[in-house]
Design a protein around this ligand. Structure first.
Ligand SMILES: Nc1ncnc2c1ncn2[C@@H]1O[C@H](COP(=O)(O)OP(=O)(O)OP(=O)(O)O)[C@@H](O)[C@H]1O
Length: 236
């Protein structure tokens, strides 16, 4: 997946400024940056929830910049949202079947199988028949991940899915993401929980004021003077 000189403004506020980066197939890119730096906007531009003003986005050899969100999902780009958006009155299982039917474009029978497999994988099996709106924070986060997985993505965009979890819960989540990665799924993960991100990311990208501040091998990026000064508030 390649993001090439992408920009986005809201009125006079330039929230994404000429951002470029690549993610190799099967790799995990971690995205860090202060609040309001433009990280979620970047996801919105990749998933098509928001149109880019300029630049280009290529996925699996195809220019997807002009595609609508559901077309990008069907092309293999799945995402979770920072604020979970399940169908609250539908059960957990029904949410996953719906995601599989519309995102992975499979028939209902196959969607059931996909949903059942994901329930098991994400620890949601005991909650399969509960309304999604009744879940705890941890299970809502699990469902957000599960719904994205049900679309059978080749590229999975994860927006702050560890925020608000306990240490133990975050470790469980990381273990699950490692399994997903081992199956060959490419991932981009926006996360403030740095140690969780560091435990899985092959590369890090740091965004500040809508611009790329640093990119590269995770330890080198975290130790770079610019990142220490701007992101962590430390002297170089
Ligand atoms: N639809 C919109 N209209 C106007 N301004 C917006 C819109 N969406 C985002 N912004 C602004 O763009 C900037 C970047 O927001 P964004 O949500 O991408 O940041 P973020 O890095 O994901 O922040 P956080 O870590 O707090 O989630 C912020 O100043 C935000 O207020």
């Amino acid at each position: 997946m390649r993001v090439d000189k992408v920009s986005k403004s809201y009125g006079t506020l330039k929230v994404t400024r000429d951002v470029s980066f690549c993610v190799e197939e099967g790799q995990t890119l971690g995205i860090l940056g202060p609040n309001g730096a433009g990280k979620t906007t970047l996801f919105n531009l990749i998933s098509g929830d928001v149109r880019i003003d300029s630049g280009g986005i290529t996925f699996a050899g195809q220019d997807v910049s002009g595609l609508r969100p559901h077309q990008r999902c069907q092309a293999g780009i799945g995402r979770s949202y920072q604020v979970p958006h399940p169908f609250g009155n539908m059960t957990v299982f029904e949410n996953l079947v719906t995601a599989a039917c519309f995102g992975a474009r499979v028939g209902e029978r196959q969607a059931w199988d996909i949903a059942a497999g994901i329930l098991d994988k994400t620890g949601l099996l005991p909650h399969a028949n509960k309304p999604a709106g009744s879940l705890t924070l941890l299970n809502r986060k699990r469902l957000e991940l599960a719904r994205a997985l049900a679309t059978r993505p080749r590229l999975l965009l994860l927006d702050e899915i560890a925020g608000g979890l306990t240490e133990h819960e975050a470790a469980e989540l990381v273990a699950e993401l490692k399994r997903i990665k081992a199956e060959g799924t490419t991932m981009i993960w926006i996360e403030h929980v740095v140690h969780a991100l560091m435990s899985i990311a092959d590369r890090l990208l740091v965004i500040n004021f809508g611009e790329k501040l640093a990119e590269g091998e995770p330890v080198a990026v975290m130790n770079s003077p610019d990142v220490r000064r701007v992101y962590m508030g430390l002297e170089a």
